[in-house]
Design a protein around this ligand. Structure first.
Ligand SMILES: *[C@@H]1O[C@H](CO)[C@@H](O)[C@H](O)[C@H]1NC(C)=O
Length: 510
């Protein structure tokens, strides 16, 4: 009201009430948005398709190339495809689908690089700026819709830019065209290989705060380590730039094939990029006459216990690789599970009933603004503008708001990740499936999608209709009902026992 004091009295009499009403509206809507109170308008949103969201092209998941390396279908691939269908993702392209199964998981990882490249090379130049998202097929699923994930992608690109400017300086960033636009998932371990690898020691520091995992952050137990290293199970960026990164990784495989994990080779590419960025910073500092002895010791140690990248002179090292340190896009599980929790935001205040009066002790579980403003509810992600008014009438009340469904929250970076990626403890795929917001509603949601009719023809098809396949550079199509996921629906619904071999207990770092 300090501003109002400067106004003439007459104007204040006119504007005052308007301001009060505006202020009240803002407060009420903030309360609803932040605290997840039942919205007084939720009744009307049930009756119409007001749930449908107009998505600007930039954030339209239908325009994204969704690539999933998977040689065959199974229960776990269908966990991913079911969540893709429920949240209106485009029909994915199954890379290498139908290829002879290699018993060795990791050999398959290498065919993944070649298969994704085949797809990217098949696209016309006019699609070079479109976004591609590659996700491993057997240990991940979506938690949030695609428009939220795309919004987080652009946030992550910006966060990478701020980090680069802070680390190397604006001049070095500008003069060398440094940017982070090909985003990889993050890991708490550098794997595979030893610490001498540039992929382990030369890469940037994590963006999470140095106390994000408590007072012993980065000390002792791996659980306390900040995510700093690349995970190649999730990769997103513009077609042209992702293609360059895959080509670079492919060259590393051809030059020196030492392991069958694709992550190893992507790590080499990021390691060389990171090393070169640090060198550029050091040279810029030197030119300014700063003391660079410490940096020099780090980058060019006298008695090297670490490998120093030596790319041929003039070879490209900048590939625009960045990391989703915050898991604003994708959440890996390995060494992270102690910092992940399930939250129903509408009741999170009741998690500590004894200290209700102590504001500062509340668990700070508030739905993030971008989720609230980009996606109205779990049901809205698959809504279409011409949906019948009553299409969702039979759906359970809780699916009409993100605040009433259980969501995985990362308590270190306080984010709600759009993808949960089960690295490490594979059994979590079974344990967490039944906890997720779509369970057990997936059955009725899929039925509703089928009644409405998934888009099954043309270039932009629904994930609920099936999937594209790419084998030996041939593009094909497999229907959901034609053996892709329909045979697994009963198991995913918990109506049939899983075969012990499907449980996948034990550790596997893919
Ligand atoms: C939170 O949401 C659940 C599920 O819809 C509902 O049963 C419960 O009454 C809600 N609680 C509050 C405090 O709004």
């Amino acid at each position: 009201m300090v501003v109002a004091m400067a106004f003439p009295r007459r104007l204040l009499r006119i504007l005052g009430p308007i301001a009060v009403v505006l202020l009240a509206t803002v407060i009420v809507s903030q309360l609803i948005a932040n605290k997840g109170l039942a919205s007084p308008w939720s009744a009307s949103s049930r009756q119409s398709n007001a749930n449908y969201e107009r998505v600007p092209p930039k954030y339209d998941p239908k325009r994204m190339h969704l690539l999933i390396p998977a040689t065959s279908t199974n229960h776990h691939l269908c966990q991913l495809l079911t969540t893709a269908a429920l949240m209106g993702y485009p029909a994915p392209v199954l890379i290498n689908y139908g290829a002879p199964e290699d018993k060795d998981d990791y050999k398959q990882h290498l065919t993944k690089v070649a298969g994704v490249l085949d797809y990217l090379h098949s696209l016309p130049e006019s699609e070079d700026d479109e976004l591609v998202f590659m996700i491993d097929g057997f240990d991940a699923w979506f938690q949030l819709p695609g428009n939220v994930m795309l919004k987080r992608y652009y946030d992550t690109v910006e966060a990478g830019h701020r980090q680069n400017v802070a680390s190397y300086g604006q001049d070095v960033v500008d003069e060398n065209g440094i940017r982070d636009t090909v985003i990889f998932g993050s890991d708490k371990v550098c794997w595979p290989g030893g610490w001498e690898r540039p992929a382990c020691w030369a890469v940037p520091e994590s963006r999470l705060s140095s106390k994000s995992f408590g007072p012993y952050t980065d000390q002792g137990a791996l659980e306390h380590t900040r995510p700093r290293w690349l995970n190649s199970g999730t990769i997103m960026g513009p077609v042209r730039e992702v293609r360059d990164v895959f080509e670079a990784a492919q060259r590393k495989i051809e030059e020196n094939h030492v392991t069958d994990s694709d992550q190893y080779y992507f790590g080499i590419v990021q390691g060389e990029q990171s090393y070169k960025r640090r060198i550029l910073k050091m040279e810029a500092d030197q030119a300014k006459g700063y003391d660079i002895s410490e940096m020099e010791l780090f980058l060019r140690p006298k008695r090297p216990e670490k490998d120093i990248p030596k790319p041929p002179k003039g070879a490209r090292t900048e590939y625009y690789i960045g990391i989703d340190y915050e898991s604003n896009l994708w959440q890996t599980i390995a060494y992270y599970d102690e910092y992940l929790t399930w939250v129903r935001h509408n009741i999170s205040e009741q998690y500590m009933p004894g200290v209700m009066g102590w504001d500062y002790q509340y668990p700070n579980y508030i739905l993030p603004d971008d989720l609230v403003s980009f996606s109205r509810s779990p049901l809205s992600a698959s809504a279409r503008p011409n949906d019948a008014r009553n299409v969702n009438d039979d759906m359970p009340e809780e699916l009409f708001s993100w605040s009433t469904v259980p969501l995985v929250v990362n308590t270190a970076s306080m984010t709600i990740p759009p993808v949960v990626h089960f690295t490490g403890k594979k059994a979590y795929r079974e344990i967490w499936w039944g906890r997720s917001w779509f369970y057990p509603h997936q059955k009725s949601m899929l039925e509703a999608l089928r009644r409405r009719g998934p888009v099954k023809t043309g270039p932009h098809r629904d994930a609920a209709a099936g999937a594209w396949t790419l084998l030996d550079k041939e593009l094909g199509w497999v229907d959901w009902e034609d053996g892709l996921c329909q045979p697994f629906e009963r198991k995913l619904q918990g109506l049939e026992e899983l075969d012990p071999s499907e449980l996948g207990f034990g550790n596997n770092w893919g």
